[in-house]
Ligand binder design. Structure first.
Ligand code: SIN
Ligand code: CO
Length: 373
């Protein structure tokens, strides 16, 4: 199934992206849920899947974390089940992410799906990231406020909310409608009936994550071995003093590391192609031999990319799940980066090269791509 999103992307980027929230009515025509509430509940019973239940009763909030054994204790009102990274575990749901590939892959994060009964929601809160919330079956009332400083509340140790806010969007969403919320705009959704919501979330690293990620790379690659030196050190009246020129020299030593374009690109490709959520890795057992992979592709079998696997390109270099894919076959590796399903024709003559086939074999044996039935 391919979802069709009816959106003028140029207009959207210019007017709303990272600027202000908007509801797009009937963004998906005749929307069909990729999964049922029962299937979502099933996922929340699995240990690897990250899920939580949020409920409230007369202003008292409860949060519990999956995996859940049963949902029998829940009433008919005021709770919501939220499951993270469903695109990693359920291929039909991953299809909902694809219309958003108008935006760069490296900015996209995961698909969170919630099921809420009437009154269900997580309360008023802020998110750090952009999100598109698609209304599946059922109706839900959404309120979004302007971006301004709001008092944080913590009605439960695992639940961060904000004080009540005035709404600039106050609307009921119906199946196929979509709400876009930039980072920092307070919002809350309350279900009016049993409802499924799909949140396509984005990611944006902060400076702290970049510095710490880059420091890990410097250590792993044993970069930056050059020591500070001062053949022209000057005498100073007070030996306790560190002179401005010395501070500049030290800062430049650090900047020099960041400013090596090749190292920076390698690091960033590895860093940003790592998923923030667990992958459903199932390496084939026994592993494939390169020849078997060649034969399967040549006879027309297709490879499917694992849901949630991140593959990015910087210039001619390609990175998948934190690893650089070293090969001369740029065209073939670009296909790995852009296509969801791959066949022999797309890989072209690279398939006849033993070193490319060895690379592909290791990717398949890692469970990053698998043969589609
Ligand atoms: C949801 O309840 O489906 C979305 C929660 C959120 O606003 O982040
Ligand atoms: Co939110």
């Amino acid at each position: 199934m391919e979802y069709q999103l009816d959106l003028d992307w140029n207009d959207f980027l210019q007017r709303y992206w990272q600027k202000r929230p908007v509801i797009i009515k009937r963004a998906f025509k005749d929307f069909i849920d990729p999964l049922s509430p029962d299937e979502l509940a099933g996922l929340a019973m699995e240990t690897e899947v990250d899920s939580r239940l949020v409920s409230h009763d007369e202003g008292r909030w409860q949060v519990s974390h999956g995996p859940f054994e049963s949902f029998d204790h829940l009433g008919e009102n005021n709770w919501s089940l939220l499951v993270q990274a469903v695109d990693h575990w359920h291929e039909p749901s991953a299809a909902l992410m694809r219309p958003f590939r108008q935006l760069p892959d490296w900015r996209i994060d995961d698909l969170m799906i919630s099921f809420s009964v009437p009154g269900g929601g997580v309360g008023p809160h802020l998110d750090q990231y952009d999100v598109f919330i698609i209304q599946g079956s059922g109706r839900r009332h959404w309120r979004v406020g302007d971006k301004k400083i709001l008092k944080q509340l913590c009605p439960h140790p695992d639940l961060l909310q904000v004080e009540p806010f005035n709404a600039i969007i106050d609307e009921e969403m119906e199946p196929g409608d979509m709400l876009y919320i930039p980072p920092g705009f307070p919002h809350e959704g309350y279900s009016l009936e049993n409802a499924l919501n799909y949140s396509v979330g984005f990611r944006a690293p902060n400076g702290r994550e970049l510095v710490s990620g880059f420091a890990d790379y410097v250590l792993a690659q044993e970069l930056g071995g050059m020591r500070y030196s001062d053949p022209d050190v000057t005498l100073r009246p007070d030996p306790a003093e560190i002179l401005p020129g010395e501070i500049d020299g030290l800062r430049n030593m650090m900047l020099d590391l960041v400013q090596q374009p090749e190292q920076f690109n390698h690091w960033f490709g590895e860093f940003i192609s790592q998923s923030r959520h667990e992958l459903d890795l199932a390496p084939p057992e026994p592993p494939y031999q390169a020849g078997e992979i060649y034969d399967l592709l040549r006879q027309g079998d297709k490879l499917q990319r694992l849901g949630g696997l991140r593959v990015v390109k910087i210039g001619a270099e390609c990175y998948a799940n934190g690893e650089r894919l070293v090969t001369e076959h740029q065209q073939a590796v670009a296909t790995l980066a852009s296509a969801n399903v791959i066949d022999a024709v797309q890989l072209g003559e690279a398939l006849d090269d033993a070193s490319f086939l060895a690379l592909l074999t290791s990717l398949i044996n890692n469970g990053y791509w698998y043969f589609k039935n």
